[in-house]
Design a protein around this ligand. Structure first.
Ligand code: 3PG
Length: 208
């Protein structure tokens, strides 16, 4: 289920502060050629944003990010999110998402957390904060003992146009994610053309 979402191996993470931003940002991402995005639950309008996207752009496979509680899993599901993402690994949240058949990507950064996540049945893991923790060197180190388990990573945190290629060159990376495609200041300044351009440039870099 999760693998087919990331054909372009990219996942923009977007934080909305105003409802009026939601549709133009989503439209710019779609026009750039990407039909997947994560809306972070860091602001009060995250649920509303997901609902608006589902209504207006049904082709966008919108996920919910920064899910820190089982209540937020329910909110994300009710809003129509296709999948959920978290920065960390919380067994009660992972279990709850599984009970609800909600595709869920928890975050890890160490080998012990990776093993716990595998035990919980997760095979797609966010690596956060990836660049700070070692970037592609970290991924290569984790890949050696664990690639044969079938685990795939979505590195996030500190990825941008100039280091994206290093990440997506690695087969174990399912997708690279982050805020570089639609950063807060670009959204605030309503530079939606820039968002479309960032998507296009990112797709050109990943080469798929
Ligand atoms: C996340 O939630 O994954 C991060 O906020 C993304 O990190 P970035 O802003 O450095 O891309």
């Amino acid at each position: 289920m999760l693998n087919h979402l990331f054909l372009h191996r990219l996942m923009p993470a977007v934080t909305f502060n105003r409802e009026e931003e939601v549709l133009p940002v989503t439209e710019a991402i779609l026009q750039g050629g990407l039909n997947v995005m994560e809306v972070t639950f860091r602001t009060g309008i995250a649920c509303k944003a997901i609902e608006m996207i589902r209504n207006q752009f049904p082709e966008m496979q919108v996920g919910a990010g920064t899910l820190l509680s089982t209540e937020q899993i329910d909110l994300a599901l009710n809003a129509g999110a296709f999948f959920g993402v978290a920065p960390g690994l919380n067994s009660s949240i992972v279990k709850y998402a599984a009970e609800k058949s909600f595709p869920f990507i928890p975050g890890i950064i160490t080998s012990s957390e990776l093993e716990s996540a595998l035990t919980m049945g997760c095979r797609v893991l966010k690596l956060f904060p990836c660049d700070l923790a070692g970037g592609t060197s970290l991924i290569k180190a984790l890949q050696a003992p664990y690639a044969h388990t079938g685990v795939k990573f979505i590195p996030m945190g500190g990825i941008h146009l100039s280091n994206l290629r290093e990440y997506t060159d690695l087969d174990v990376v399912l997708a690279a994610g982050g805020s570089w495609i639609a950063p807060n200041e670009v959204i605030e300044q309503k530079r939606f053309d820039q968002i479309r351009e960032n998507v296009k440039r990112s797709i050109a870099i990943t080469g798929v």
